[in-house]
Design a protein around this ligand. Structure first.
Ligand SMILES: N[C@@H](CCC(=O)N[C@@H](CS)C(=O)NCC(=O)O)C(=O)O
Length: 231
């Protein structure tokens, strides 16, 4: 339901099958019980209509309203804020400082996504190991932020959880390639990962063939990790 008790405009999430930033928007929409359509594009072959609504040429874009009054909202964090502003229930904390802390850790989640990309693109074993250690170090920083769980701030699911669901999803596939022991020293993160892996909004943010699609994508990187998959 909209915050102002008005009917929600039509929402279309322009998506890419593997994009973790799309997933965070899809999770927030699902947590709010919002109706939305999904339009999936191929980022390797961006259609003209997509470039017209995506100034940075990136997914996600949330199209709000109907043509000709449709407004494209781009950047996942901005999309999440728009959804927070317009659709109940609120997922961010009410306290301003606590909300700022959540937004800070959302940024940290994006930094982890960059390290994940560096990990799966690492050209050789040495670089792969350096990135693995960097990931483990980043999750040690996250560990220090977690309290009683199971979610980032306890019992209630918040937008930070929507950011980390897609982060942890990568490790389901990485684990099937080799035990990279990224979470050995972070028991609270392990509990959080488990809880997010069971959350319906997180599970349903991707299609069933996501794992196969991710493996195909990783194989195609021509990286050290691609070599481990083929071996
Ligand atoms: N800061 C952006 C990042 C989005 C992003 O990097 N999307 C990737 C796919 S996961 C993309 O569209 N890449 C295509 C490109 O850069 O050409 C956000 O939070 O929405």
């Amino acid at each position: 339901m909209s915050m102002a008790n008005q009917p929600m405009p039509r929402l279309t999430l322009v998506s890419h099958a593997l994009c973790p930033y799309v997933q965070r928007a899809a999770i927030v929409l699902a947590e709010k019980g919002a109706q939305f359509d999904r339009r999936t594009i191929d980022l390797a072959n961006k259609p003209g209509w997509f470039l017209a609504v995506s100034p940075l040429g990136k997914t996600p874009v949330l199209l709000v309203g109907e043509e000709p009054d449709r407004t494209p909202v781009f950047e996942s964090a901005v999309i999440c804020e728009y959804l927070e502003d317009t659709i109940a229930p609120r997922l961010h904390p009410l306290d301003a400082l606590e909300r700022a802390r959540h937004r800070s850790w959302m940024e940290f989640g994006s930094a982890i996504l960059n390290t994940i990309a560096a990990f799966y693109n690492a050209p050789d074993d040495q670089a792969l190991e350096a990135r693995r250690l960097e990931l483990a170090a980043k999750f040690t920083q996250v560990e220090a932020m977690l309290s009683r769980g199971p979610y980032f701030s306890g019992e209630s699911f918040s937008v930070v959880d929507a950011v980390f669901g897609p982060v942890f999803r990568y490790f389901d596939t990485f684990d099937s390639i080799r035990d990279f022991t990224v979470f050995t020293a972070t028991p609270k993160v392990r509990v959080w990962r488990e809880a997010l892996g069971q959350r319906p909004s997180v599970r349903n943010a991707v299609t069933q063939d996501y794992p196969e699609k991710l493996v195909l994508f990783l194989k195609g990187r021509n990286s050290a990790l691609s070599g481990l998959i083929s071996a």
